[in-house]
Design a protein around this ligand. Sequence first.
Ligand code: NAD
Length: 497
Amino acid sequence: MTTRITHLIGGRPWEGTSERAGDVHNPATGARTGRVDLASADLVGQAVATAKAAWTGWAGTSLARRAQVLFAFRELLNARKHEIAALITAEHGKVLDDALGEVTRGLEVAEFACGIPHLLKGGFSENVSTRVDVYSIRQPVGVVAVISPFNFPAMVPLWFVPIAIACGNAVILKPSEKDPSAAVAMARLWTEAGLPDGVMNVVHGDKEAVDALLTHPDVRAVSFVGSTPIARYVYETGTAHGKRVQALGGAKNHMLVLPDADLDLTADAAVNAGFGSAGERCMAISALVAVDTIADALVEKIKDRMRKLRTGDGTRGCDMGPLVTGQHRDKVAGYVEAGLAEGASLVVDGRDGDFDGDEDGFWLGPTLFDDVTPGMSIYRDEIFGPVLSVVRVKSYDEGLALINANPYGNGTAIFTNDGGAARRFQNEVEVGMVGINVPIPVPVSHYSFGGWKNSLFGDTHAHGTEGVHFFTRGKVVTSRWLDPSHGGLNLGFPQND
Ligand code: NAD
């Protein structure tokens, strides 16, 4: 039995008939569980028109009222987080605990956005020139699009949507067509929270829908998260059509381990950050850069821990779930072949796993390679699966140079007990998010999330005050109340006095 998953436009499920639809699977069984409608450019146009019509009223709604809606949404999301987590596990495959974790991290952003009256306070300077005051205000952008990836079907939309709405915009969310149900469930909560119909819309689709959003004249801003080639395309196309765009891309995250690190804590962290969510996290550690003197001992400890991991159906209390689709599982398994062919040492082979789930599930167990070198495809490419590569280096300097030479710059971590080395690393590494003895340094919601280099196109990171900045336009008012002393003709450029 398959469920139809359709668009939510103007607060209601779409009642039309779609010419195209995509398959949604339960990755733990391999069964097709849903068919998701894929929007045409025409339908995207209708959604944008609905959002635009709702926008004017919402932009004029008081900050007090907007904050009330945000608080109500926060309460509803908190109350329903287990339902949302179950939808994520059923379509993405990650284990329930982890799914709940992503909803909780998203919830943090809704909590941040509840403070919108404070966040939108402008600056005021009295008497910048005699009896002249200057103040700044920030106003909503208009209709904004959020285009999200499969790997965080709740958290990534939540990085943007609550802030966009709190700032007074209307939103079209285009979630991943691989696991679209969490987005729809969360959009319904906005309606329950009292958000006027049309301010929050969900349109499902693929390239056709994305292209329609990127070129539509009434879409003013685009927040995108996904792989690097598509992020670059979205950035270039959206900006060429006059939109502000923040496009977060792929990653290859390194964890540098110095000889003085606590190797037990480091091994725990490497396993958690390498294999959590089956490595399908943009902040997953995929390259473990170990200084030679401790590499053997560290690899042994990681191998021991990997033996204890249970891979299986995310509803059964396992540590790690399946990959998102059969095609993706095959692609990742192909990298295991490639690593062997390129001469890396395969320490743990995830293809041999014993899986606690249906035999048709998209399984691949945790895999560990040692002696990986920068020229190998398993090092160069973002694999986005449970494959951890150990690269051995002679020193801190060699490790740092390796990380800085990588074209990605999303997250990185250093494991050490040397405060001086850690401080040098935070200063010298060319990466947007840095962990010191923290393997996945995803910033809390009141800071901003974003990488450098090929991991982000645009200059504004997600959520935190940068999110508020992205979803608003600045205006500066210079005011002088009439005063006879300022009369008279003067064609020169005003000078302050
Ligand atoms: P993806 O790039 O395939 O898809 C992302 C979105 O783009 C989806 O909504 C999809 O429908 C759309 N899309 C896909 N192909 C398109 C095309 N040709 N033209 C226009 N739109 C298209 O990414 P994914 O596989 O869903 O997600 C995994 C990727 O996302 C990984 O590379 C991961 O690193 C990255 N990611 C990055 C971050 C970050 O913060 N930097 C966070 C999460 C995921």
